[in-house]
Structures are given as structure tokens and as C-alpha cells.
Design a protein around this ligand. Sequence first.
Ligand SMILES: CC(=O)SCCNC(=O)CCNC(=O)[C@H](O)C(C)(C)COP(=O)(O)OP(=O)(O)OC[C@H]1O[C@@H](n2cnc3c(N)ncnc32)[C@H](O)[C@@H]1OP(=O)(O)O
Length: 401
Amino acid sequence: MEIRDTTDEDFGVFVDTLYAAFGRFPETPAEGGGICAAYEMDRALLAVAPDGRPIGTAAAYSFELTLPGAIIVPAAGVTAVGVLPTHRRRGVLSAMMRRMLARLDARGEFLSVLLASEAVIYRRFGYGPATTTQRLTIPRHRAAFAVPRAGGAAADGSIELLRRAECGDLPAEIYDRYRRAQPGALSRPHHWWSRGAGQPPVSFAPRYLAVHRDASGVADGYASYLLDSGTLTVDEVVATDDTVFTALARFALGHDLATEVVFKHWPPDHPLRWQLADVRAAQVQPDPDWLWVRLLDVPRALTARGWFADGELVLDVDDPFRGERGRYLLTVREGKAECVPADRAPDLTLDVSDLGSLYLGGVAPSTLVRAGHVRAHGPDAASRADALFRVDRAPHCLHWF
Ligand SMILES: CC(=O)SCCNC(=O)CCNC(=O)[C@H](O)C(C)(C)COP(=O)(O)OP(=O)(O)OC[C@H]1O[C@@H](n2cnc3c(N)ncnc32)[C@H](O)[C@@H]1OP(=O)(O)O
């Protein structure tokens, strides 16, 4: 078997092989069907059998990821992974991942992300689940808002109703402002929107967009939705300001003819449950993993992130897939981290995939210690690690790829 880089000429065979791995046809109508239009064929791989037939695919997108502290860094989004059902469990994916990580190293990338089709595949390659999301279902007759006991501010402004097809660059611009402030969020490059590559509202699937404008008329949030058989499904609410977010949620929950409103992607730390008069009104369906993170260069990744408490920790990081092990002294002073090789006794011993889970602040180190995955040396090591890794805002990723 050979793993080779692809060019634009391979697009057809790449897509055919990938769809065969998923047991589908490119023609199958699917709301996310246009995703192929965003492939970067100079970053993709094909696995080829000795007889020349393609048997596996993998690709990477050039994203930006927002880190804690609203710091924006490049991140390679690994995607389009598939091996033909006739050639599975013979190491084809392992060989492609080895090549993919070497390609990312060669480009100087220090972070990779992905969304996993199955949760048991990617930890062995050093990825850890780093963000969660949730689906909320709220019967409209139970959606009354409580009177805010401390007053609470409401958004000034108005809501305009547009169709996806007539929005122009508006959703892309609003999304871009939002993702720059939201840890865990990915960029949506312009060609994703222009080619409809992704799920609604990025795709061209018919949708209404409730666009919020502030008092001076500047668009500062949207909710993308469709009402079908009494269910109003909201693909996403995007806003940088909490009051705008609430105004858009109220708009959806107040829609006549909807018996229930489904918010497909609700940030787990959002206060909506507290805003409703009936705290039991929302049925919550958690999605335990969304974005998976892999650190390719531990010191670069740890120094890139924003930090919110001073302290120091010695981390012993095992990267079995790459046969590497490193011990690092992480020192944070006034929000800036230094990370250098160390020979002191470690505070934590952990797998690089667990460091990926901790990186955006979506889980506390002590939780992984209690789970038996991270080893804390000394009685206060876990609580010192919790204090150091703590973030000001829970990570959340809306983007599907
Ligand atoms: C980011 C994305 O694109 S997510 C999309 C992933 N693709 C899919 O889900 C499409 C359908 N599935 C497939 O195409 C294949 O089963 C793949 C790509 C998931 C795995 O490809 P394979 O070539 O079979 O993987 P490979 O043989 O390298 O397996 C490596 C190890 O992972 C394990 N593994 C791989 N896939 C799975 C799985 N789905 N479930 C459980 N274990 C798995 C193997 O058992 C093996 O373990 P071992 O090292 O202990 O023996």
C-alpha cells in the first residue's frame, strides 16, 4: 500500500472513494452534501492498494481556532477520513494519520482538530474531546421568560427576517465577529459560504435568518431556522452579546404555529434555563464530544493560549502514537506562559490526548485525575492544575466539517 498526496486532478476519485467508505453516493441529497466543495486538494491524501486502486482518503482544512483569552491561531481540521470496507483493520488509517501528522509538522502547524464519526477512533492518534454541545427542545407553551430579578438588560434594536439566499455576506460577517470572541470556535473561510459547503446556514438549504440589528442598524446576531410540522428547528444562534442572543432565542420561542422549538447547538454554559420561568421546560440532549484537539507541539500550544491565573506545573506528556515523551515546566505570570523542557519531578503525568481535552478549558484536570486518566503526583497537584487551566468562558464550537 502507498499513501500519496493528491492534486486537484484527484478530486473525483477522492470523493468517490470517500463516499464508498461511508456507504453513500455523492448524489444522495443531504443537507451537508456540499462539504466537498471546500476540500483543499493540496492537503489531502489517498491510500492506494498495490494494484493501483484507491482504498482510503484523508484531508485537512486550514482553519483558525479561537483559544482561551480570544487568541486566534491556525489549526488543521482533519476531515474526509475513510477506508473502503474491504480494506479495514489492516492499518490503512494508521498509516494515513502518520503521514497526515508528518505533513502538519512540516507546515509548522502546532494544533489539529477534528469532529469524530465515532468516539473510539481518534484517541490513539493523540486527539482528545475538547468541547461539548447540546440540543435543547422547548415546548413553546412552557417558554415564558421570568422577570429578571436583578433587572437585567434587554437588547436595543430590531429583528429583520431574511432568506438565506438573500443574505449576501451578512451571516459570514456576523459569524466572523462571533468566532473571534468565542474560545473553541473555528473560522468559516469565505469560500465555505460562497460555495455552500457545510450544514445550514452555510449550505444553500432553504432557511430563514432572523437578523438582529442594534439601535444604530448594525447587524450583530442571527438565528437560522425552519418551521416544519410544528417544530421550529434553529440551526444556530450566533451573537457576541448575551442580550442579543436572548432576543433571538425569544424570537424563536415566540413563533406562532410552532409547538416546540429545537435549538440544535446550544452552548452548555448558556443561562437560558435560568431565564425561563419554568426551569424544567428545556429538555437537554447533550452531545458529549464535538471538537477534538491534538497538540502537535506542546510548548508552542501551551504558550499560545491565554491564561487567567499565575502558577507553575511540571507536565510529563506521553505521545505513544509518535513514540515521544516530554517533560515540561509550564510557568504562567500575568497571563503569559512559558513552557520549557524540565527534569524536575512531574506534577501531572498524562497522555497527549488528555492534554488536548484540557487545552481549551472544557474539562478540569481534577476530573481526568478522578477518571484515572491523568496521574497527579502530590496532594495539591490536581487543584493547582485546576486553578491554572481554568478559563473565563467555556469553549464551544458550532462549526461542522
Ligand atoms: C475526522 C473524520 O473524518 S471522522 C470519519 C471517519 N470515517 C468513518 O467513520 C467512515 C467509516 N469507517 C472507516 O472508513 C474506517 O473504519 C476507519 C477510517 C474509521 C478506520 O480505518 P482502518 O483502516 O480500519 O483503521 P486501522 O486499521 O488503521 O485501525 C487502527 C486501530 O484503530 C482501531 N479502530 C479503527 N476504527 C475503529 C472503529 N471504528 N471502532 C473501533 N476501533 C477502531 C482498530 O481496531 C485498530 O486498533 P489496534 O491498533 O488496536 O489494532
